[in-house]
Design a protein around this ligand. Structure first.
Ligand SMILES: [Mg+2]
Length: 304
């Protein structure tokens, strides 16, 4: 569980129902924001994403099932558990709610200890899912996005850049590769090699913290540069490889490495296509080809 108290959104058209949910969550130390309808709750999702959503089933406008469908269609909310609350005695709403992806279902009137136990169980589940998703999308050595996640982000970035097909927005992809990395492992041992990889990852985080970056492969990294045309991307890459050439891993102050870099830019030999699948392939191929040109031309340089 996060150190901060979980944020719960509670939606119920009955003010008594809202008060009861607020009281229960408040007693458990959770932060609660309550709303009388899904429509009233929508703007709140732009401020902060909840850790859990409690929603009434029967409401006059959008009902609990429609609200659940809306929640499940939003990727930012895909792991947020939803607990449906209803006073209706039948099982039809319950079945539909579970089919549509509700985590749990509670019938009114409920006993506070019951709803608390279910809230706790839902939050525990969400925490496990978060950890699993992080493990599945991040590289364990560096904490950066792993290859699959980097490619997923690249596809999203390319799609965004190609939205205006005839005049793509600037978007560049930077590929970085540690020069002579094998000799670090051979001469200094694999722990030193790992220390170098972690150092590069830390410098990437420091330099490109607000951008998406990842470990592309063994000693290769990728950085997405949305809004960067080719000259901007090259300048940024040059500054980064200069920074790396002056750095050394902690405890290995005599160890220096350099990077070679390849830059690919949408619109510069990389055409947009409707599916974006080809755009991604072309970006990777182009960046890779430029990276190998940088190697051939003597390393510790950027080609584009
Ligand atoms: Mg109701």
């Amino acid at each position: 569980m996060n150190e901060k108290s979980p944020l719960v959104y509670a939606v119920d058209d009955s003010s008594l129902g809202r008060k009861a949910l607020e009281a229960v969550c408040g007693r458990a130390g959770y932060k609660v924001r309550s709303f009388s309808s899904p429509e009233e709750a929508f703007p709140a999702f732009n401020d902060a994403l909840p850790d859990l959503i409690l929603t009434d089933l029967v409401m006059p406008g959008m009902d609990g099932l429609e609200f659940l469908g809306w929640i499940r269609s939003r990727s930012a909310l895909r792991d947020v558990p939803v607990i449906m609350v209803s006073s209706s005695a039948g099982t039809e709403g319950l079945e539909r709610a579970l089919e549509l992806g509700a985590f749990d279902f509670i019938r009114k009137p409920y006993e506070p200890p019951e709803i608390l136990a279910r809230l706790k169980s839902a939050l525990r589940y969400a925490e496990v899912v978060r950890e699993l998703r992080h493990a599945a999308t991040h590289d364990s050595l560096t904490g950066l996005a792993n290859h699959a996640e980097l490619m997923r982000e690249l596809e999203e970035g390319a799609r965004e850049a190609c939205r205006g097909k005839d005049s793509p927005r600037p978007f560049s992809f930077l590929m970085l590769d540690i020069d002579h990395f094998k000799s670090v492992n051979d001469n200094r041992g694999h722990p030193a090699g790992d220390a170098v990889i972690r150092m590069i990852a830390d410098l990437i985080r420091k330099s490109f913290g607000n951008l998406v970056s990842g470990r592309y492969g063994g000693e290769e990294f990728g950085v997405l540069l949305p809004g960067y045309d080719k000259p901007m991307a090259v300048k940024t890459a040059e500054a980064f490889i200069a920074l790396v050439s002056r750095a050394s891993p902690e405890g290995l102050e005599d160890l220096r490495v350099t990077l070679s870099a390849g830059v690919a830019t949408v619109g510069d030999g990389v055409a947009c296509d409707l599916q974006c699948r080809d755009t991604v392939d072309r970006l990777v191929q182009k960046a890779d080809a430029e990276l190998y040109r940088a190697k051939r031309e003597g390393r510790n340089r950027v080609c584009s």
